[in-house]
Write a protein that binds this ligand. Structure first.
Ligand SMILES: [Zn+2]
Length: 588
């Protein structure tokens, strides 16, 4: 694993780039007063409510609540992960991304593998065009309806028969052979030496979303086994994480994404104009897969064969999806008729039939219909068993509108009181198969926050230099207002980083339990532009209020101690200095 990207680098990066440039290059912005505006790229709208603040280096949509920094924008709009977003911005700023720890060498190793695999892709493609025995591969592809254009788009190739074609072509030295083996392209002989892993197969290169070459799938041309062979796990290839076609699909408009099981299924759909498709690599759908998928789209359609194996795979996909179903995300199933796979179905019925909404089964329907079919709902005993069976699935769903609707329907089916259902769900604890879901990236706008500490944070995010008005050293210890520990950290961060802006502050708490709330407050702080008051006076008045509460609280504590007649001379002096004579009951 590569080392962590140091926080000081993120700070530096954010001070060098401008969020207005970053967003404007993909979503054209218009200047509107102090800020920039556009039609929101995250929801449908007719009048612009998407606002970008250059001052704060932060965006916020008043319509759907989307908000964040330049890094968040690339993650959410361009579907990058955090590291990709940082690397993209760094490249824009002409910076090299440093890593903590001594892992740099490993990164170099991986780069070497990516580059080597590019050469291997090129080699197999050339064999498909030029090798005297490639005719069978070409005929196979033609027979499956793959055009030359599609073969070129997906860089299909041919591994010729023989044990050492690739070794002879690219393994000129021992070191080169070692690298080919590390890339998963060779197999070690018991007697020493290596031979080609892929022989006499049509080759499907697998790239990640950034286009880096990771490995291959290879399909046999005769009746040999296995029918499909994948690259083994290597430092760059992890079968349970990668999706075939993700690189080609990311360019498509992704109002939905089809997930199929096989390479040929994916290619057939693309051939028929359904370009928003990815394939798992012969494994069940994993949580890693789903996290990647939900970065590309919020609406997933799993396509499974209509046979028993397909149903089983679908159920596993359902179980894996449940914990990730935050508001805004939806999962559907598209079952092929018995005897069909997506490849054969789309060729016979065409695109329109394949994409027809009538064929989509919403996850919640699939869940309820499958479970209710197993129990005798006409009897109380049957309904109780049904409730026991459905409870773990409901528990693994994060709180969402869908969950509330499902609960209602389950209660109706079981002729149970919804309140009893809540108790039943609460009693069982979280389902074992359901790890805590990640917080939704988009927090809904909640309007301005008027709690004292929230308001203080909001002001500091809006204008960090206000921190300098707080007397030094900051004395918030002992104030048991919720959030004062956080304010303490925030003030220290701002003091030690003069000139820090809102976006940089928010990035400091990325991934922590404060992130969501902080982003909400940062988004809400735009209202401060409109509220025409003296920010400094506002800050000082809140600060005084916090101090007053602190004093009141301390007094209360001391009085309580005194009642236990345990107050030291020092304590009595403290109490007097707080403006209240000892021995008087605090009537608060
Ligand atoms: Zn929006």
């Amino acid at each position: 694993m590569a080392g962590r990207i140091p926080q000081h680098f993120i700070d530096d990066l954010l001070s060098r780039i401008d969020i207005v440039d970053v967003i404007d290059s993909v979503v054209p912005l218009r200047k509107a007063g102090k800020n920039h505006q556009a039609l929101c790229p995250f929801h449908e709208e007719k009048t612009p409510s998407f606002t970008v603040s250059q001052d704060k280096q932060f965006y916020h949509c008043f319509g759907c609540g989307a908000n964040g920094t330049a890094i968040s924008f690339l993650m959410e709009y361009s579907h990058m992960d955090f590291v990709e977003a940082v690397e993209t911005l760094a490249a824009k700023a002409g910076l090299e991304v440093p890593r903590e720890g001594g892992y740099v060498r490993k990164d170099d190793d991986r780069t070497e593998l990516y580059e080597l695999l590019e050469l291997v892709i090129e080699y197999y493609r050339r064999q498909l065009r030029e090798h005297p025995l490639a005719t069978r591969a070409v005929e196979y592809l033609k027979g499956r309806g793959i055009t030359g254009e599609l073969a070129a788009k997906f860089e299909l190739g041919f591994a010729p028969p023989g044990w050492d074609n690739l070794i002879n072509a690219l393994g000129k030295s021992d070191a080169a052979v070692q690298r080919l083996a590390a890339a998963g392209m060779l197999i070690k002989r018991d007697t020493g030496g290596y031979y080609d892993r892929f022989r006499d197969r049509v080759m499907f290169p697998i790239r990640d979303q950034r286009g880096r070459a990771l490995g291959f799938g290879g399909r046999v041309l005769d009746e040999g086994t296995p029918k499909y062979l994948n690259s083994p796990e290597t430092p760059v290839f992890h079968k349970g994480r990668e999706l075939y076609g993700a690189y080609q699909a990311r360019a498509a408009s992704l109002d939905r994404l089809y997930v199929v099981e096989g390479y040929m299924d994916a290619l057939a759909l693309v051939q028929f104009g359904i370009t928003h498709v990815v394939a798992t690599l012969g494994t069940a759908v994993t949580r890693d897969h789903l996290e990647r998928i939900f970065r590309l789209t919020s609406r997933v359609v799993f396509c499974f064969d209509g046979d028993e194996a397909g149903r089983q795979a679908a159920w596993r996909a359902l179980e894996t999806s449940l914990p990730l179903l935050n508001d805004g995300r939806s999962v559907y199933f598209r079952f092929m008729p018995e005897g069909d796979d997506p490849d054969s179905f789309v060729r016979r019925q065409g695109r329109v039939e394949f994409e027809a909404d009538a064929g989509l089964v919403p996850l919640s329907d699939y869940l309820l219909n499958t479970l209710r079919g197993k129990f005798e709902l006409g009897t109380r005993e049957g309904r109780a068993l049904f409730l026991d069976a459905v409870a773990p699935y409901l528990r693994s769903l994060p709180a969402s509108a869908l969950k509330r609707l499902l609960l209602r329907d389950v209660a109706t089916l079981a002729a149970a009181d919804p309140a009893d259902l809540d108790a039943l769900l609460a009693s069982g604890g979280p389902a074992k198969s359901a790890p805590r879901p990640a917080a939704p990236a988009r927090t809904p706008a909640r309007g301005t926050d008027r709690t004292l500490v929230g308001q203080l944070i909001r002001l500091l995010l809006h204008r960090p230099e206000l921190a300098l008005l707080a007397p030094e050293p900051v004395e918030l210890q002992g104030v048991s207002l919720p959030g004062t520990d956080f304010v303490q950290q925030l003030l220290e961060l701002i003091r030690s980083n003069p000139g820090i802006r809102c976006a940089t502050i928010v990035e400091h708490w990325r991934g922590s339990r404060y992130e969501g709330r902080l982003r909400e407050l940062a988004a809400g702080s735009e209202a401060l532009d409109a509220e025409d008051f003296d920010l400094e006076a506002e800050f000082q008045s809140i600060w005084r209020e916090v101090q007053t509460r602190k004093g009141r609280q301390r007094r209360k504590e001391l009085t309580q101690v005194e009642r236990l007649s345990d107050l030291s001379e020092e304590g009595k002096a403290a109490l007097r200095s707080l403006g209240r004579p000892p021995k008087v009951d605090a009537g608060e």
